[in-house]
Design a protein. Sequence first.
Lengths: 304, 389, 268
Amino acid sequence: MSVATARRPRPKGGGAVPFAGLLWRLPWLRPLLLLAPPLAWFVVIYLASLATLLITAFWTINPFTTQIVQVWSTDNFQRIINEPAYHSIISRTVIMAAAVTVTDAVLAFPFAYYMARVASRRAQTLLFAAVLLPLWASYLARVYAWILILNHNGVLNWSLQSIGLPPANIGYTNIAMWVVFSYIWLPFMIIPTYAALERVPETLLEAAADLGARRWRAVRDVMLPLALPGVVAGSIFTFSLTLGDYITPILVGGAGSSFIGNVIYSNVGIANNIPFAASLAAVPVAIMAVYLLLAQRLGAFEAF
Amino acid sequence: MRFSALAAVAMLVVAGCGSSNPNTGNTLAPPPTASLKPLDKVGPGEGQLNLIAWEGYVDDSWAKPFTQQTGCVVSSKYAGSSDEMVSLMKDGGGGQYDMVSASGDADLRLIYSGDVRPMNEKLIPDWTNFQTFFKNPPYNTISGIHYGISLQWGPNTLLYSTKKFPNKPTSWQVIYDPANKGLITVPDNPIQIADAALYLMKTQPSLGIKDPYELTKKQFDASVALLTTQRPLIKKYWALASDEISLFQNGDVVVGAAWPYQTIQLKAAGAAVDETIPAEGATGWGDTWMLATKAPHPNCAYLWTQYVSTAKIQAEQALFFGETPVNTQACAQMEALQAGSCAQYHADAAGTYFDTIKFWKTPIATCADGSQTCIPYDQWVSAWTTIKG
Amino acid sequence: MEGFWTRMVLRLWAALILLFLFVPIVLIFLYAFNTSNIQSWPIPGLTLKWFTSTWNDPDVRRALTLSLQAGLVATTLALVLGSLAAFAIYRMTWFGKEVVSLLFILPLALPGIVTGIALNAFFSFGGITLSLLTIVVGHTTFCIVVVYNNVLARLRRTQGSLLEAAMDLGANGFQVFRDITLPLISTSVVAGSMLAFALSFDEVIVTTFTAGAQNTLPLWIFGAIRLGQRLPEVNVVVSFVILVTIIPVLIAARLTGSGGAARVPAAR
């Protein structure tokens, strides 16, 4: 509730009185003035960039000189819709994003449950900090760590061989990417799930117990549905971040690992086909818009 | 020196480009930067030089002495393909980059988009020692104006693990062989379609492919089909030479298409590899140092060009990368550094060797016979995306 | 509550997840001391030599300087703009609030690559050369969001009655701001700035598209990993980046009680 609309005392004297008086007479002026600089930044730079991108998607390039031809055309979108190569790239990306989301949800839930309902207060704070730490420890560093681990002569193969198993040889495969993605986004899933689980009042579980539900049933029928918004909130991150990523496929992926992000990246940096890259970029944005709508239905925004 | 074959074809590339087909760019008109006067003398260095180069072209072993001599600190951005070089050089280098070591397939695109400007060959003393063809090759000299100074040239080779192939492979077939599934790597570059076409020239003569860069729809589709069958056999498409070096070092691949640079680096690291040019021949590249239209450090750029054109540095680079220098006096220097290298890299008798290499050039719609039925490069790019899937 | 065995299983699971999260990071630190320049396991020995050679590498120092410059400028801009935005949104009561809130979330809601290529397209149309300036513009845009989130959250937890009490005691608007509001939100402003700096220092996805021929530290790392010849230096630099991004976050967490640092995704 804004203080500005409460009973306002007359402003005290001083050189700013006329200005202060103006602010008093027009209470909406102050937030507007405050908002002006950041809003200007966003509109002039960020929104303008997005608009430029959108417009560019409807242009094409001269393939020989790679200069942009500013003639309206829907060629780029038709290409995406018609060519099966792009269908498989998009579906591969979406499937990976889904797989990573499910994996992270499965990994995160018991951990979040432990944090929220079993661990002591002190352990909770420590665990929370422990989960945050990797999150902030440099994305590139963590992907690179996995390159070292999944390497032919890396930790994974060495560990397997020292217990007598054959080497895994999952370097440069989709499996490697799945592992790395799940690793990197896991904290994003843990935190909202934990937040949702923590909010479930113990009284609800007691009531369930009073009604005759055993512990497992109470978890399944009471906690899981209440935790779902948190899981969905976390899934927004895991899904969206996987959808747009291009660095992990380049560093850890193999021959069949072109993601939407890679095709966009190579269209900007290599083919210099910014219009096509822009039209491709519309795909993850559209997918996320749909996903966010679904997430809102499932209550994700209240959870986080 | 019989470079006439390449010269003739390149002339046709230039002449044939002047069609009204909007996809090929108007190359009958003079290039946009033709009227820019080049420097007539080199001033003091600006202290910095930003290069776009192939990996191995700006090694510290000759870049550091250059900095000491001229005060120009060299910073290089390594590109993995001609496409990437063209993209980085857009808008005349963007005021960021000074020079690019572009191959034949990028040169005309750079020239005709106005991203590179004329250079004054008189400022390069060693230019007079260049092999005649490389003084004015059609891919970097148009109407007598030099849009760059030739550098070196070489083939794309077949790199293989000597453990897996104790006998040298004699055919490119090994990179299409299902027996090597999951152990093959090839460059992530649409121009690879030409390598497939080159293979088909010998193995499916009924297709009638004469030039792997001028393909009719039928020939093109056959090449793409070959690469599509190859796709499940590929471990990873290498985008940078170092990707391939890592793959071989880690034992992830045993055979692949490469540059001589990778072989030399791997052998230096003790890897059991070797290279060869199989019976079907090889594609290759002729590189030129071109000056960006908006180069912020043109003096350093000229100083660099002078430096890498000297016989000594030409020899050093040739041995480092595994390519052939354009300076005729480099041969003696190469022999002094590594006996037998002059003959190994054909620096002494380049003529016949030169003719066996199908040099990179930009595919355009106009074929050699003047018909408009050849597949232009933008379709190569989209086909490549489909192949990689 | 839960049965004994359930708790044991959960405890084990939590331990395994923690191992999963931390072992890769610990490995990086170990590799930074690796005597060999081949990155294989097990590590033959430990040495400090890579630290000196990395420090002596001019490319690394240039990249570090650029990262610090970009980070400081972007954080300062974001601090001011983000706080202003938070104040404005906190006080707004008209419908535009929803729209503006959504706008401020966009840089983090949209995939980084979209922001990156949008800015790239914008700069190339505006004829703006890619340089430190464009890097800073890109970083500031999402750093604003981080500061905004933190300050807004803190403002919402502020009791309005404190401000009213101050006014009843005769303070004018400016005095209320200076003596009451500012001290109350200062920790969140600092926390937001710390987080913004960490975000900027580690950023690679958007920076790839807004940097010209220059390298920030993450761009240098990305290039060096691909080129594969200076991997020992990469190990050192990467360890350094981890420390530099974690420490501000720890400070921020202490200031805001952990909740603030969780409010924003980090992988940009």
